[in-house]
Design a protein around this ligand. Structure first.
Ligand code: AHG
Ligand code: MN
Ligand code: MN
Ligand code: MN
Length: 334
């Protein structure tokens, strides 16, 4: 589709292309878009409306919630609940599955989300985002429970994120490539600016929290050591490093110019299974990255093939440029 097409028209066109489509997915996406526009507006206003800082509550992850974690979760949850296209919702910021009120209309989808990713960056005015994953709801279940959400990443209907940076950009895949839409605030529409995004297969840029170096396992130690030795080592070239501490920002950079992102297993996070969450961080980002020609693994396994055990399950994540992720994968097999 042409650069400058609005996301609304893009969705309508995609709906037309799928003869069997009922339009429900288009309506769900409209709700997701509306929610992200509202969150974008709050993020932009920041302390003009007094919404930076801590909410003094704790989520099920054991993290102190920021005010904007709570606000973003409320906006996303209420918008999708009112939209009538979902049968149930789940989020990083809610302990359990969210059951719709008895009077609310039910739809045929489930949505799982990280309402504000990178929220440790919000008070310092660094890029944050919203990550979402859309799944099919089981037929005939009025109030889906946790078990109904535990579908592998390969079952996702759609995945995306909205990044709140210098521009607000929505990146979306429905399993047919990846497209990016920039919010034009003057007209209130997301416009296609990044059609058919593909990740360069090679890269000389890695992203990892180096403060965890002493806790890593051997394969990741080996990979990073070799990057650090640079020209003088087996890689024969120098590497650069970035760490924003917002997964959305790292993934967006990788979609733009390539790279490898790792939050691997380490002895600090081993008991919890990793740092990042499978259902609303790892799976949607893996679908986007694979659809853009990259790879996404835990170390030994492909993330999207994992059978989830728990809603808030954590996993190690290594994703990005195909040839680099493949190398780390090979190091795990060695
Ligand atoms: P969230 O803000 O949704 O809790 O996610 C934060 C995640 C992710 O975005 C980022 O890559 C990582 O945590 C940063 O972790 P460190 O602070 O350990 O570097
Ligand atoms: Mn958090
Ligand atoms: Mn997150
Ligand atoms: Mn979050």
């Amino acid at each position: 589709m042409q650069i400058g097409t609005s996301l609304t028209h893009f969705l309508i066109e995609s709906q037309r292309a799928h003869k069997a489509a009922s339009g429900d997915f288009t309506l769900l996406m409209n709700d997701i878009v509306s929610a992200c526009k509202v969150i974008s507006s709050y993020v932009n206003k920041g302390n003009l409306i007094g919404i930076l800082g801590s909410a003094e509550s704790e989520n099920i992850q054991g993290e102190t919630q920021k005010k904007l974690d709570v606000i973003s979760n409320d906006v996303f949850t209420n918008t999708l609940m009112q939209g009538g296209q979902v049968a149930g919702l789940a989020s990083e910021e809610m302990d359990d599955v969210y059951h719709l009120p008895a009077t609310a209309q039910r739809g045929k989808y489930l949505c799982v989300y990280d309402p504000l990713d990178g929220s440790s960056n919000i008070d310092v005015n660094v890029t944050v985002g919203t990550i979402f994953s859309v799944l099919h709801a089981p037929e005939g279940v009025a109030n889906p429970a946790e078990a109904e959400f535990l579908q592998p990443g390969t079952e996702q209907v759609a995945a995306g994120y909205c990044i709140y940076g210098p521009s607000t950009i929505m990146v979306l895949t429905t399993g047919d490539g990846v497209n990016g839409f920039t919010l034009d605030k003057d007209i209130g529409e997301f416009m296609l600016t990044h059609p058919n995004i593909t990740i360069p297969e090679d890269t000389s840029e890695f992203a990892i929290n180096m403060s965890n170096q002493r806790f890593w396992d051997a394969p990741v130690k080996r990979y990073i050591d070799e990057c650090l030795i640079g020209k003088e080592g087996p890689r024969g070239r120098d590497f650069n490093m970035r760490w924003v501490a917002s997964m959305v920002a790292e993934v967006h950079r990788i979609l733009t110019r390539g790279g490898i992102f790792m939050y691997p297993i380490d002895s600090k996070h081993r008991e919890r299974g990793g740092k990042l969450r499978l259902m609303y961080e790892a799976n949607p980002m893996s679908m986007i990255v694979e659809q853009a020609g990259g790879l996404s693994i835990t170390g030994p396994d492909r993330i999207m093939s994992l059978a989830p055990q728990k809603l808030h399950q954590r996993v190690p994540v290594i994703l990005g440029s195909k040839n680099e992720v493949q190398r780390v994968w090979d190091y795990h097999k060695a």
